[in-house]
Design a protein around this ligand. Structure first.
Ligand code: ARG
Length: 461
């Protein structure tokens, strides 16, 4: 019947309940332009194989172009009777070029190889769009690091003061995971590009002498699927994409969590820009980090999309099963989520104001220079076990008297150990501490300058 691709052997149309369950146009319509591009490539191989005359090919391609334009303008859309995007577009083609020519297009292909290919093409485009947004965020982190180069802050482990670090070092610690996400997207894309399923048919491949490699190249792939069963049945490319988007969500959520803590009255490290924060409907004084909280919340949703998808895939026998229709919505959601979230987070980070005085004031507090005392002793050839113990005794003494490490007098130090000569004071400054961590990857300003250049290079790829 109308809008249906498989009526021949059936006595009547599908039950309303089946049609309602089966229908996917409300979400797969967004693959329409990809489906039309696939049809144009397929028409060309039919022509090459002698199954479509040159004249019919020209009619077909012109009809597909008109259909594409009508999809864009909204003049053509899915009808109530259309099962999915593929059925709707076949109807649209037949309406435009007639069934004598239009009816030849479906030879040698199946919705199974079609949908697997279109979905790959769609995700490849959005993977590139997401990569651009991730690059924007990482580049803003690099810019903010550069602007604040030299500013020290408390470095924390377990959220407790640990050792002072440069603010620029901390900001770039959030950029490097994003760089790895960009690598993941690129590697994923290369893997998907080499595996165009078009030509796999329903499961067994095509008997009509059609060249799958030609179709692959027409659609921007580098090669076609080596196995038609795998080509139509595998969805690890979707799961991997969902993983990468979930990982981006988690990486952004970790940054967001820092911002949320930093913006509290107790920390007071940052002030959010008015345009990137929200108020309260009842408490007039409130300024809330909603973007950061939504980032944290949406990472849960991205993880859910991945786990739901893996559950859908886990027990499916080869080859195509209709369960696979459930592969699209979760990843469409992941794409939409990131494409809205990332620009907001980038704006928030671009406009965040750092309270430099507060960061520098807190950097040496919490005895964060105790490790420097211990390491200074090691440089005086004191065994580290002893050095650690002596620095700990210094901390204990300071805590008892409510003073800081640099307040200990020469006599106080000598009483703890004769090894603690007054020269130890050279490491009892934050700048001295930070500058001493000067091996590759350390927080010394010279290394952080190198790191920034390395980061910029990676982002320019
Ligand atoms: N709409 C389906 C999907 O998204 C493709 C159709 C394949 N249907 C079928 N009965 N073989 O997976």
């Amino acid at each position: 019947g109308e809008g249906q691709l498989w009526g021949g052997r059936f006595a009547g149309g599908p039950a309303d309940a089946l049609a309602a369950l089966s229908k996917s146009t409300h979400f797969d319509w967004r693959l329409a332009q990809y489906d039309i591009a696939g049809s144009k490539a397929h028409a060309k191989v039919l022509n090459q194989a002698g199954l479509l005359t040159d004249e019919d090919l020209a009619t077909m391609l012109a009809g597909l172009d008109r259909l594409a334009a009508d999809v864009v303008s909204g003049a053509f859309g899915p009808a109530e009777s259309d099962e999915d995007v593929h059925a709707a577009l076949e109807r649209g083609l037949l309406e435009r070029v007639g069934s004598e020519v239009g009816g030849r297009l479906r030879a040698g292909r199946s919705r199974n190889d079609q949908v697997a290919t279109l979905f790959k093409a769609f995700l490849r485009d959005h993977g590139k769009a997401i990569a651009a947004l991730v690059t924007d965020l990482a580049a803003i982190l690099a810019d903010r690091a550069e602007q604040h180069h030299g500013v020290v802050m408390p470095g924390r482990t377990h959220l407790q003061h640990a050792q002072p670090v440069l603010l620029s070092h901390h900001l770039m610690a959030h950029a490097w995971p994003l760089v790895r996400d960009l690598d993941r997207l690129r590697e994923w894309d290369a893997r998907v590009a080499a595996d165009s399923p078009y030509g796999s048919g329903a499961l067994a491949g095509s008997s009509l002498g059609l060249d799958p490699v030609f179709v692959a190249k027409e659609l921007g792939f580098t090669n076609s699927s080596p196995n038609s069963l795998d080509g139509t049945a595998a969805r690890d490319f979707v799961a991997e994409f969902a993983y990468i988007t979930a990982q981006i969500g988690v990486d952004v959520s970790r940054l967001a969590e820092d911002v949320i803590i930093w913006a509290t009255k107790e920390f007071g490290f940052v002030v959010l820009d008015d345009a990137y924060s929200t108020g309260s409907s009842i408490m007039p004084q409130k300024k809330n980090p909603d973007i950061a909280e939504l980032a944290r919340g949406k990472s849960g949703r991205l993880i859910g999309n991945l786990t739901g998808l893996l559950a859908t895939l886990k027990a499916q026998p080869i080859a195509y099963n209709r369960d696979l229709q459930e592969d699209k919505e979760p990843v469409f959601d992941s794409v939409d989520t990131l494409e809205v979230l990332l620009p907001a987070v980038t704006g928030m980070m671009r406009t965040l104001v750092f309270n430099v005085d507060r960061l520098e004031e807190l950097a040496p507090q919490g005895f964060s220079l105790a490790t420097d005392v211990a390491e200074w002793l090691v440089r005086q050839r004191v065994p580290f076990r002893v050095a650690h113990e002596l620095a700990g005794t210094c901390v204990q003494e300071c805590e008892k008297r409510g003073i800081e490490l640099w307040d200990l007098s020469d006599e106080d130090l000598a009483a703890i150990s004769p090894a603690l000569t007054p020269e130890v004071r050279t490491v009892l400054t934050v700048q001295g501490s930070v500058a001493s961590r000067n091996a590759r990857g350390g927080t010394a300003p010279t290394r952080v300058t190198e790191q920034l250049a390395e980061l910029r290079t990676r982002l320019a790829v």
